[in-house]
Design a binder for this molecule. Structure first.
Ligand SMILES: [Mg+2]
Length: 363
């Protein structure tokens, strides 16, 4: 089996109602989709988060065996391709391997440790609303009503907004729902600690990206000052970018994104590094349906630790915001049921891409 074609599609989906995290407004969603075709007619799909450089990628992919996942990754990287772009190629190769061997990707990765991944509803963004607190409370209650036992809310908008709204949402969801917050690098160290201490009264499971990911010493200061777990690193690309945050134990939870960090091949290495250093891995997921499926296969294989009767759950980031690239792109989408994401059992990624939708959103 040889690779005969490599195609890229840049997709864009305009959202109906814009929403913001601490750093920017979202008016559209995007996805960088890769299609890899083999000489026996198998097509693999991947999603990255950056474009390949024209010409050079084809030279290192076409004519190769799709089983050469490691050497293709290294050849692309050494020839200047970014891990963000390589992610899409790598995910497509694993999709091909699964389809060729008639096995789901999680089985090629060594087997799954769970059939369903407990999910957290990732939403509660800032929107232009008259009564923001009331809107957040209603949104949070809706997630609990849908069966989610964990939710995440956006913070980083200043102490007054964060402390008041986090307390209101905690009050609305009750004490038993696991509650995390995400500041999207919105603070400096001092502010992150000050606001974090006040939000801690709302019993937070983790505090995500209080500061920028390259400030390892800052993360260590925050981690020592605050009682809740500190999470981050969703935007890091390539295994070596994670080295200090993991080895210095600057995070309690590391959140690699399979379409940014470098696909299955690279994320397995990040997970091993985290395991050796006793840092919890909870993948980040924000994108189209191929990214969602790939994340489910990878996350299905990450063992619980400590392996006890009642382990801390591996939580899937289930994006609740509007994105047709996530909800329309697969003919057989993976959907949360009663707050859990079922792990697909069909060969490869286990999803069928709707080419009409692909063309509709291609730019
Ligand atoms: Mg985040």
């Amino acid at each position: 089996m040889k690779i005969v074609a490599l195609k890229e599609y840049k997709l864009r989906y305009p959202v109906q109602e814009k929403f913001a995290n601490s750093s920017s407004w979202n008016t559209s969603r995007s996805a960088q989709v890769v299609e890899v075709v083999t000489d026996n007619g198998i097509t693999g799909w991947g999603e990255g988060s950056g474009e390949l450089k024209g010409g050079s990628a084809e030279r290192h992919v076409i004519g190769r065996s799709p089983f050469d996942t490691e050497t293709i990754w290294q050849d692309l990287f050494e020839n200047g391709e970014s891990p963000r772009a390589i992610s899409g190629v790598d995910i497509a190769l694993w999709d091909i391997l699964g389809k060729a061997l008639e096995k789901p990707v999680w089985q090629l990765l060594g087997g799954k440790v769970r059939d369903r991944i407990p999910a957290y509803a990732s939403g509660l963004f800032y929107k232009d609303r008259e009564d923001v607190t009331r809107a957040l409370v209603e949104e949070a209650r809706g997630y609990v009503d849908q069966g989610f036992r964990a939710i995440k809310m956006k913070v980083g908008f200043g102490e007054a907004y964060d402390v008041k709204n986090v307390a209101a949402v905690r009050e609305a969801i009750g004490p038993d729902v696991l509650f995390a917050v995400d500041a999207n690098c919105g603070y400096d160290v001092g502010t992150a600690i000050d606001v974090g201490l006040k939000m801690a009264e709302s019993d937070l499971f983790w505090y995500e990206e209080p500061i920028v990911p390259d400030d390892v010493e800052g993360y260590l200061e925050i981690k020592r000052a605050l009682p809740m777990r500190i999470a981050g690193a969703e935007a890091l690309a390539g295994r070596r970018a994670f080295r200090r945050l993991i080895q210095d134990r600057a995070l309690d939870i590391v959140q690699p994104d399979i379409s940014i960090a470098g696909g299955f091949t690279e994320c397995r290495k990040v997970a091993t590094m985290a395991d050796v250093n006793r840092v919890r891995v909870l993948p980040h997921m924000w994108g189209g349906h191929i990214r969602l499926a790939a994340t489910a296969h990878w996350q299905a294989t990450i063992p619980d630790w400590p392996q006890v009767l009642n382990p801390i759950p591996s939580l899937f980031e289930y994006d609740m915001t509007e994105n047709g690239l996530r909800t329309e792109l697969a003919k057989n989408p993976i959907r949360a049921v009663d707050g859990d994401v079922p792990v697909p059992d069909a060969p490869g990624l286990g999803i069928e891409i709707d080419r009409e939708v692909l063309e509709r959103y291609a730019v």
